[in-house]
Design a binder for this molecule. Sequence first.
Ligand SMILES: C[S@@+](CC[C@H](N)C(=O)[O-])C[C@H]1O[C@@H](n2cnc3c(N)ncnc32)[C@H](O)[C@@H]1O
Length: 399
Amino acid sequence: MLAQVLIGERFAAPTLDEALSKARLSTRDAGLATHIVYGSLRYHLTLERALQPLLRSNTQNKVKALLLAGAFEKLILETPGHAVVNEYVNLAKRDFGRLSGLVNAVLRRVSAPTPSAETELSLPGWLITAFENAYGEGAEAVMRDFLQPSPLWLWLTGQGVRDLESEGAAVEPGFGDVYRVTLAKPLRASSAFVRGEAQPINPASFAAVEALGDVRGERVLDLAGGAGVKAAMLAARGAHVTSVDVDARKHKAARENLSRLRLQAEFLDADLREAPRIEGADFVLLDAPCTGSGTLRAHPEIKLRLTPQAVEEMAALQAQLLQSAASLVRPGGSLLYSVCSVMEHEGPGVLRVFLQRHPEFEASGLSIAVPSVQDKFGVRTLAVGGLDGFYLSKLRRLP
Ligand SMILES: C[S@@+](CC[C@H](N)C(=O)[O-])C[C@H]1O[C@@H](n2cnc3c(N)ncnc32)[C@H](O)[C@@H]1O
């Protein structure tokens, strides 16, 4: 699984879902496998620095993936060294034959790398600076939080809470209708999920939905609606949702998910770099594509691929989409800009330029349930305790 993520550039969550559904492991072993894959990704920079002096430049990528997992167990989980070496040498014998000697030698010798901010936080220097710019003194807590396993957050109906508890899950209060849940069996097998009483969503993502205001009975444009998580939450709050996305496959997933939740929305396939020819609305949500820099706890593979250039390219796309979204807001209406990234360029950077060019819009105040840091244009949710880092800005079109 790790090799597929590292070499194939796949996302960890679907890779794990696919492999674990085939492997039929016990819940405990599946949990450990998940922990090792995500942990090896979360600590990737640190582990790579530890392994680097011991590897030849031509070491096969698959062997490297195995060594990363072994080093994670030895250095981070602190599993006794001899047990790690034994286990991984056996795996190497099975999969790589004579390379098991290399695995043996490397895992015996590997030790913690020279300490630095980068190896402590498992982040490259430019990302550390970017998080410091975003959160100031709060940055270190955010970066340390990203090294922890992600909790499961579920939006639940009252019935959903009761169903989960009766099946042995621990349901702790989170933020409003979004709870922190420890499951007793896989989510998809729980009656709350099957009956449409549960929807996975991070509280920071839910905050974007709440920030749009009271949408009961209102027409809402859900732009860049993707697989429709926010569309579903808007529909659950009584909105008449039209969801627009360039990716028709995501609309298929969204339709299936809404039907599971017994909710409805309309879908339109369109590239939002140009404004689609549809009627404007008083409530518009743009959940723009982004680098995902605020979701490194749940998606640690993102930090392996993130570059300053990718941030800039994303900001340019976001500016284009914001322009289209703005043209669909009726006078007096609201536009909520949301990204699951905390990079300056993708948040305030986009808003600053937009508001300079569009005096018919103003940033209006926005209060949300999750902890956040405010600036001139909006808020950045504080990515601690398993919350994602979102940048949210609510714009009002002057009447
Ligand atoms: C952050 S995701 C949306 C998540 C979604 N709102 C939800 O809550 O489930 C961003 C979405 O932007 C879409 N997207 C990217 N470029 C686009 C474009 N040019 N026009 C329309 N949608 C685009 C992607 O397909 C992706 O679904």
